[in-house]
Design a protein around this ligand. Structure first.
Ligand code: PGA
Length: 233
């Protein structure tokens, strides 16, 4: 059994997200895999009601690095837990870029998520430039350092999402990805590793064979249930 995390980003409206969940719930429930849906904030409470008494879990796409206070527009981890989330994505590359997040910010967010009783899904990954300069390991270790310093023996997931593979339709070569995950496993123990970046019907087969990948973070291919269905069954 693998984890399939649907990261809908800001691609669907509240109405579209609710319809997706409502219309495909019976089918989603039958997947032999662990399904985690990450809709946008306004859909969370509606999803909690729809997902009640199912094994499908709910995740948020982000949370504040602060516990509480005068932070207009931010959402606390505690509120997300109260809204029914069990997981929160932190440090997705799109958020790192648009909000100028530091690795310390990401670690703080992961801590808030844990304090609120949820599991952080910490996203890391290198740019094409760093990849071509063979700096992948260095970049990942740097991104994770504050997280690993602050968090010991807590349940966290680490999602490796090379920026150059997100949304382009092609993944890194499976052999190279396999070597990367084997290396990650030697560096960090006791966490679950995920892969994200252009996972779709065409790319998933060799990815399923790679050791140490417990699941996938899926953007584009999760937006239409007809496509997502081909991955989760
Ligand atoms: P993608 O996005 O599947 O569309 O490449 C993955 C992600 O950004 O989490």
């Amino acid at each position: 059994m693998k984890m399939f995390i649907a990261n809908w980003k800001m691609q669907l409206s509240l109405k579209e997200e609710m319809e997706y969940c409502h219309d495909n719930l019976e089918s989603l429930k039958k997947s032999p895999h662990k399904i985690i849906l990450c809709p946008s904030f306004p859909s969370l409470i509606g999803f909690t009601q729809l997902l009640h008494k199912t094994d499908i879990a709910l995740g948020a796409q982000n949370c504040s690095a602060y516990t509480q206070g005068p932070y207009t527009g931010q959402v606390s981890a505690v509120s997300l837990a109260q809204a029914g989330c069990s997981y929160v994505l932190v440090g997705h590359s799109e958020e790192r870029a648009s909000c100028n997040l530091t690795d310390e910010d990401v670690a703080e967010k992961a801590l808030r998520v844990l304090e609120a009783g949820m599991i952080p899904i910490v996203c890391v990954g290198e740019t094409k430039e760093d990849h071509d300069a063979e700096k992948t390991h260095e970049v990942i270790l740097h991104q994770l350092e504050p997280v690993l310093q602050k968090i010991e023996k807590a349940p966290i997931y680490i999602a490796y999402e090379p920026l150059w593979a997100i949304g382009v339709g092609e993944t890194p070569q499976p052999e190279k990805l396999g070597a990367l995950f084997s290396w990650l496993k030697t560096q960090i123990q006791g966490v679950a590793f995920l892969y994200g970046g252009s996972v779709n019907e065409k790319t998933i087969k060799p990815l399923l064979e790679i050791d140490h990948i417990s699941g996938f973070l899926i953007g584009g291919a999760s937006l239409r249930f007809e496509e997502f269905k081909k991955l989760i069954f």
